[in-house]
Ligand binder design. Structure first.
Ligand SMILES: NC(=O)c1ccc[n+]([C@@H]2O[C@H](COP(=O)([O-])OP(=O)(O)OC[C@H]3O[C@@H](n4cnc5c(N)ncnc54)[C@H](OP(=O)(O)O)[C@@H]3O)[C@@H](O)[C@H]2O)c1
Length: 291
């Protein structure tokens, strides 16, 4: 159990972050700054030791504001644990020219934790601290349908690998590598429902393993044992990976068929467009599923 700590947790309002928050709340004496764009609406009366803070962490100003807020609510005490967890995916065939759509994902998933590391390093100024980061299994093995997301998490993976070689001994760095986890992630990835990658884990299980990993000083937390085993297996027997990728590519192809039936191949459908498309195309999709 993590106790008596000052903690900043981004992406605290949903999914893995929310389950981590629930565990941290149980630790005696913890004070948690819970950050997301909708934290104040979702966590306003969640627990006495949780201070919700609405902030977009995809910008320099957003991350600066989180550190300023932490300084205010922790009354100048250092941040014992900074958990950079917020992130999001797209599920799509990457076939469009849209600089800003790609940029916002790198800003959120890659640049923000990188900038956070530098700020936290200066904040600690030689004192002990823990930086936790949610990377992803996809940061170690790319997946069809997740080209931009894979790239953003591979970037983060490269960063954490390099800073471990430089980081001062006063900073523990614990990285999380979840496989598909049943959260809002998949609704954010595309408003049109699609098949999740195999296997799927529950967020409370992932959170429990991550919190235990942070507490015991682990460098890496892979919450699904199958992923660790399959990485070794795919390393010694690459055709296993080819078969797995084939199955996941088939899912993407079925999704593309579904979009076609819905009357669009646009990867950039908004949530409203998606809801509308789902309504209009319900019968067409049902026909495909019934085949
Ligand atoms: N679920 C999976 O299959 C899976 C697998 C591997 C890795 N991951 C990683 O796990 C982390 C958590 O994802 P999740 O699965 O828990 O998804 P989730 O349920 O969608 O939660 C994402 C959280 O991040 C916040 N967030 C997103 N963009 C933000 C921004 N720009 N500024 C501040 N907060 C932001 C969201 O809140 P607001 O919308 O209120 O801002 C929400 O609290 C992410 O880094 C994700 O890439 C997930």
């Amino acid at each position: 159990m993590i106790n008596n700590k000052t903690i900043v947790l981004t992406g605290a309002s949903s999914g893995i972050g929310f389950e981590v928050l629930r565990l941290l709340v149980k630790g005696g004496g913890n004070k948690i700054l819970a950050v997301s764009r909708h934290a104040e609406q979702l966590l306003s009366s969640f627990a006495e030791n949780v201070i919700p803070f609405n902030m977009d962490i995809s910008t320099k100003e957003g991350v600066d504001a989180v550190f300023e807020k932490a300084n205010e609510v922790f009354e100048g005490r250092k941040i014992d644990i900074f958990y950079a967890n917020a992130g999001f995916p797209y599920y799509e065939e990457f076939n469009y020219e849209d600089w800003d759509r790609v940029k916002v994902m790198f800003d959120t998933n890659t640049l923000s934790p990188i900038y956070t590391y530098a700020k936290y390093l200066h904040h600690l100024d030689g004192r002990d601290g823990i930086l936790a980061i949610t990377v992803s299994a996809i940061g170690q093995m790319a997946m069809p349908g997740y080209a931009i997301y894979s790239a953003s998490k591979f970037g983060l993976q490269g960063f954490q690998q390099a800073i471990r070689l430089e980081a001062p001994k006063n900073m523990q760095i614990t990285c999380l590598y979840p496989v598909a986890t049943d959260t809002n992630f998949f609704r954010v990835a595309n408003p049109v429902p699609f098949e999740k990658p195999f296997p799927v884990q529950q967020p409370d299980v992932v959170a429990r393993k991550m919190v235990a990993g942070i507490e015991s000083g682990k460098k890496f937390v892979s919450p699904n044992p199958l992923f660790a085993v399959s990485k070794v297996l795919m390393g010694v027997c690459p055709p296993v990976r080819t078969v797995y990728w084939g199955l996941e590519t088939a899912k993407l192809n079925r999704f593309k068929e579904k979009l076609k039936a819905l009357g669009t191949l646009s990867a950039a459908a908004t949530a409203d467009e998606g809801a509308d498309l789902i309504k209009k195309g319900k019968d067409a999709v049902q026909a495909i599923l019934n085949k």
